[in-house]
Design a protein around this ligand. Structure first.
Ligand code: OKP
Ligand code: ZN
Length: 343
């Protein structure tokens, strides 16, 4: 399987506010390096760099004003004399009468975010673009007839909505990829999100559309981040009604229950008859993950890959979460090996 990877992801690194204290983010550069090392160790296939794309290639999944905000945030922040990374500290709570975008950067940061989990520093935008470009390059290779491609994206994307950052995410790589498939003539695209956390951003972007089916298996939002979306009764709206499927599972879920949910997810995707499948590939479902609460084991990821292959649809895997344990490489690549029948 072809891997698309850019070392530009290293330009992005930040802090996180966890348990009331500031520490280095769990979403750090070593994550992608660990996965890349495993890709090489098993000889998964060629590794190519992404090509570059225009900001307009991110619009569709996102709004133009959001993409411009991201592109300019660091320079607007430093223009005010600050040198540490930019973080939001105030948000527009529900029920306010105004929908205006503030003019000052601190207001914009709150307007265009869902939480303080996505810091912006000098290299963030370049890294974010390289991540989205890897997904876009993956789509272009799929269109040229490949059966499966791996976009080794970092930072991740699935919490980023049409107009907001959140949970380590800025541009929604999977959504940008799905949108490109549609632009290239696909009639139906399915996004399967198997990261531990609900892909609220991808759901947000496609919630009122029937041309992109979103299916997610994740920790129950009653007790797991992102808390405010991912419930089973969120089924889509308008044209999109019936084209959003959430399969929340309790903390402590192991492979037997996860596999049953993946079986249900697969049945829904098979019925949809997608022209292309985008997999939001998070491996924070692993038993050893430091910020998540499922109990999958390394061999389980081979089985997951096998089940995804069984759908028989050209598939782009887009890297999402999986936090700093050595096994993120093993586990992510096990999905790809399972897909290729190398079990
Ligand atoms: C990103 B991805 C919970 C803190 C949650 C944000 C988690 C973002 C996960 N105690 N912090 O879906 O892997
Ligand atoms: Zn996650």
């Amino acid at each position: 399987m072809l891997t698309v990877y850019s070392s530009d992801h290293r330009l992005h690194h930040g802090v996180e506010l966890k348990d009331g204290a500031i520490s280095a983010s769990f979403e750090k550069p070593e994550r992608a390096e660990t996965v890349l090392a495993r890709v090489k160790t098993v000889g998964l296939g060629d590794i190519i760099a992404p090509r570059s794309y225009e900001h307009s290639d991110y619009v569709g999944a996102h709004s133009e004003r959001y993409v411009e905000f991201l592109a300019n945030a660091w320079s607007e922040w430093t223009a005010t004399g600050r040198t540490s990374q930019a973080l939001p500290l105030v948000w527009p709570i529900r029920g306010l009468p105004s929908t205006e975008v503030p003019q000052f950067i601190d207001g914009k940061l709150g307007f265009f975010s869902m939480d303080a989990g996505s810091p912006i520093n000098e290299g963030t935008w370049e890294a974010v673009c390289s991540s989205a470009n890897s997904a876009l390059t993956g789509v272009d290779r799929l269109s040229s007839g490949m059966r499966g491609v791996f976009a080794l994206c970092r930072p991740p994307g699935h919490h980023a909505g049409r107009e907001y950052t959140g949970g380590y995410c800025y541009l929604n790589n999977a959504a940008i990829a799905a949108q490109r498939c549609i632009q290239q003539g696909a009639k139906r695209v399915a996004v399967l999100d198997i990261d531990f956390h609900h892909g609220n951003g991808t759901q947000d972007i496609f919630y009122d559309r029937s041309d992109v089916l979103f299916v997610s298996i994740h920790g129950d939002p009653a007790v797991c981040y992102p808390y405010f979306s991912g419930h089973a009764d969120e089924r889509g709206m308008g044209q999109g009604e019936g084209f959003n499927l959430n399969l929340p599972l309790p903390k402590g879920t192991a492979m037997a229950e996860f596999e049953a949910a993946l079986f249900d997810a697969s049945a829904t995707i098979a019925r949809y008859k997608a022209d292309a499948l985008i997999v939001s590939l998070g491996v924070d479902t692993f038993e050893g993950d430091p910020i998540s609460h499922f109990r999958l084991r390394s061999p389980d990821y081979l089985r997951i890959g096998e089940m995804i292959e069984g759908l028989g649809v050209p598939t782009l895997f887009v890297m999402e979460g999986g936090y700093m344990v050595d096994e993120i490489g093993l586990n992510a690549v096990n999905v790809l090996l399972g897909f290729e029948g190398r079990t």
